[in-house]
Design a protein around this ligand. Structure first.
Ligand SMILES: Nc1ncnc2c1ncn2[C@@H]1O[C@H](COP(=O)(O)OP(=O)(O)OP(=O)(O)O)[C@@H](O)[C@H]1O
Length: 259
């Protein structure tokens, strides 16, 4: 990759990011100038009312969508400077993804799903690291199983292992516990927490769930496409208070503007 390297201690950085969908009457300003550092080795949650821009922000940070203006810097590389091919390489080698719906390949075993990012990149697996990841998520006895032969919680743990196995600079998790019962969700969150504490992984998670966000080092709140607040190591109760206040403000705004 021949892209300019920007010095930043952050694993990812957004600088005055805007995203506008549509035009004229139907224009929607999903991001209205977001500037944000996502610190390396931290577990960060992004929260906010429905429509506040969480998914849009995450997609722009994860190089899955292009901002209308502003910059995204991942691991020192400014994404706007990259060709489509280099963006694909960056997504594959430096970014891990965990989705609400697991997104595993149904015809592949757990082992093959976990190793898929490395197979696609033509990279050889580091056996010791693979073993450490598999043991941490507790999947040793499930490696030969296909997704249909596993519970939702087990499938999401496969997805977590798949995100970690290539040692990405940052993992983006979109509602990773949204489809899980509370016990399986707690397992996945505990695993994500361990991967930050023990492996120094950087994780950014979009969630509506105050319990999930209470596992994080930092919770960032969005409203109307802008960062409006953040909390360090908050309790579930503090998070709920903030969310309730933001939702009440969002309803008030809609009433005032007649939207
Ligand atoms: N492809 C699109 N075309 C037009 N508008 C869009 C598109 N994607 C998102 N939007 C709009 O941008 C705004 C932000 O959407 P976004 O999905 O980022 O919010 P969110 O906070 O993730 O919401 P939710 O919690 O409901 O998933 C919303 O008003 C949404 O309707």
């Amino acid at each position: 990759m021949t892209s300019p390297v920007v010095t930043s201690p952050a694993a990812a950085r957004a600088v005055d990011l805007t995203k506008v969908y549509g035009s004229g009457e139907s224009e929607v300003r999903a991001l209205a100038g977001v500037t944000l550092d996502l610190n390396a080795g931290e577990f960060t949650a992004i929260m906010g009312p429905s429509g506040s821009g969480k998914s849009t922000l995450m997609h722009c940070l994860a190089a899955l969508d292009t901002p209308s203006s502003g910059q995204v810097i991942v691991d020192g590389t400014e994404l706007g400077s990259l060709s489509d091919k280099d963006l694909t390489v960056l997504r594959r080698s430096r970014i891990g993804f965990i989705f609400q719906s697991f997104n595993l390949i149904p015809t592949l075993s757990a082992r093959e799903n976990i190793l898929l990012p490395l197979s696609l990149a033509g990279a050889a697996p580091d056996q010791a690291w693979f073993d450490a990841v598999v043991d941490t998520v507790g999947l040793r006895d499930r490696l030969g199983h296909r997704p249909s032969e596993m519970s939702g919680g087990q499938q999401q743990r496969v997805a977590c292992a798949r995100a970690l196995v290539s040692k990405p600079s940052i993992i983006f998790a979109d509602e990773p516990t949204g489809n899980l019962d509370s016990v399986s969700g707690a397992d996945v969150l505990a695993f994500l927490r361990r991967s930050v504490d023990e492996f120094g992984q950087t994780i950014v998670m979009v969630t509506h769930d105050a319990v999930a966000a209470s596992h994080c080092d930092r919770v960032i709140f969005l409203a109307d496409g802008a960062v409006v607040d953040e909390l360090a190591r908050p309790s579930r109760e503090e998070i709920l208070e903030h969310i309730t206040a933001l939702q009440a403000a969002a309803v008030g705004n809609r009433r005032d503007t007649g939207a």
